[in-house]
Design a protein around this ligand. Sequence first.
Ligand code: SF4
Ligand code: SF4
Ligand code: SF4
Length: 411
Amino acid sequence: MAHPLHDAVRGSLDNCVKCTICETYCPVSAATPLFPGPKYVGPQAERFRGEGPSPDDSLTWCSSCGICTHVCPQGVKIAEINSIAKAEMAAERGIPLRDRLIARPTLAGRLGAPVAPLANRLARNRLVRAAVERAVGVHRRAALPTWAGRTFQSRTRLRRQPPGRPGERPAVVYFHGCAANYYETHTAEMAVRVLEMQGLDVIVPRQGCCGLPLQSNGLYPAARHYVRRLAGSLAPYARAGHDIVSTSTSCGLMLKREAREILDMEDDDDLRAVSGRMYDICEYLALMHERGELRTDLLTPLDMEVPYHAPCQLRGHGVGTPAMDLMRLIPGLRPRQVDAVCCGVAGTYGLKREKYDVAMAVGEPVFGQVRESGAELSVCDSETCRWHIAEATGVPSVHPVAMLHRSYGLG
Ligand code: SF4
Ligand code: SF4
Ligand code: SF4
């Protein structure tokens, strides 16, 4: 069977000059001898994968954090090469039930939402977690989110303005992703309030999963189906001239770039329209600030120091660290960026029984700095990273918009 590595990714392969910079930065190969590193499993092994299966299993230890792609001076799309090769390997060998389940957070979200108090108690019960680990392979100590009960979508029906309807104020579309719909509804509410504070109307269309967990677990056909469905619901807004902002770094990146590159969906018109209008929320607010449109005059002092972890997926956006830029605008707030590349969880990687210890070892430099800061909370743009860091440190972790929300005196 011909290998599905498509042109955009394959085109980068021959640029590798074996400088080993990617090896130096890969957090997983530094944490375990089981993973020989990005150069070996990426461009080097890819030459032997032209037809048929991957030459060895070590590829499965790659967490898809994307750091190697970001640091490669030759533009080799190492993480993307690995993701595609992992998906092919999974398709050949069969995808375990555990990976099929954790790849569908909307299913868990829907099942748990109506019985949130019970679901939350079970998710924290040691005996239940031990049984789940044995039966399915989700590590008993892996961080799980807390169901909110009522979903963000059900609280926000009045925001379903049709695309292009002229309003009194400029309008932006909010893509909340599943995390903010089923679990961190407070993050979604804070994001909406902070955007409204800038004089924007916020439209929240019906929306589903972006397919990222499916893609990460090698379920490419299902992931493409999810992407098409979501892009189909957001595209009319993009075509009507609305920007789309997301509080989920990874899901936003999926729509901005990853689905086109990794799932080879470059030809999908709806996705192209959405990608061109997609912003991470901190990127969007920082751009508003550059244009002199951010309401900095309403920010009130917050006398505190907070450690900030820039999630791996943020590098994929190629926008620097806009959360740091925004937090520096808050009088008295002293954000300090954690000096470490990855917290280890990489979406669903750190949930897996066999990967959990590696994920914790990768994240230890982040956890140590958060603990040593003595801060009352830490800040991170990505939901799965927040849950992982909070579980490992015992220090609550919030999205950067929470700091703006607090400084604006919104609650
Ligand atoms: S950083 Fe890029 S060029 Fe250097 S070894 Fe890795 S893939 Fe090759
Ligand atoms: S994606 Fe991350 S874990 Fe995988 S090879 Fe690259 S740096 Fe290493
Ligand atoms: S990847 Fe995004 S949209 Fe998909 S399940 Fe996760 S939060 Fe939801």
